[in-house]
Design a protein around this ligand. Structure first.
Ligand code: ZN
Ligand code: ZN
Length: 170
């Protein structure tokens, strides 16, 4: 979850209802307190929990959906400075978020970067760029997207795995 300009934005709510509700409760939040949801890509493990938020506006790479209304988002989430960046490859219609914070730029990268549950996270630049993705739709585009995020971000939150800091040198 990101908080910016008084808004609470949830990214990829996932598919485990119990876990999500618990995580929100820990922050004293209910699903109704969320102002917007961003979907990096429409794989079931990233999206099934949108059913808990029928009234919330949903952003993806192309548009924003609110009930049966479709709106343009012009590359930003609501009236925040959170930037929506096209990052195809794992999925052709995949986007990431870039968030400016006191600690630096944080990319919420969805499955541009992801690891199996027990896999070791290698975070050297070359390992990150070449890391195997067994669900990839276009490896060439995925590599371009990975380089793009590694250049823009100081920290990356992967779709599966832990946040890591970006080693400079690209
Ligand atoms: Zn995926
Ligand atoms: Zn995934």
């Amino acid at each position: 979850m990101i908080e910016d300009n008084g808004k609470k934005i949830l990214v990829d709510p996932g598919s485990n209802k119990k876990q999500l509700v618990k995580a929100l409760e820990k922050k004293n939040l209910k699903p109704d307190d969320i102002d917007a949801i961003f979907i990096t890509h429409w794989h079931p493990d990233h999206i099934l929990n949108i059913r808990l938020f029928p009234e919330v506006i949903i952003f993806d790479i192309d548009e924003a959906f609110h009930g049966d209304e479709i709106k343009q988002h012009h590359g930003r989430i609501l009236d925040t400075n959170i930037e929506i960046i096209s990052t195809p490859g794992h999925d052709i219609n995949h986007a990431s978020l870039l968030v400016d914070t006191d600690k630096g730029a944080i990319a919420i990268a969805g499955d541009v970067f992801w690891w199996e549950d027990k896999e070791k996270q290698e975070t050297d630049l070359q390992d990150l760029i070449a890391h195997k993705d067994e669900y990839v739709e276009n490896m060439t585009e995925l590599c371009v997207s990975r380089k793009k995020l590694l250049k823009l971000a100081d920290y990356i939150i992967p779709g599966h795995g832990k946040m890591f800091s970006v080693k400079k040198g690209l």
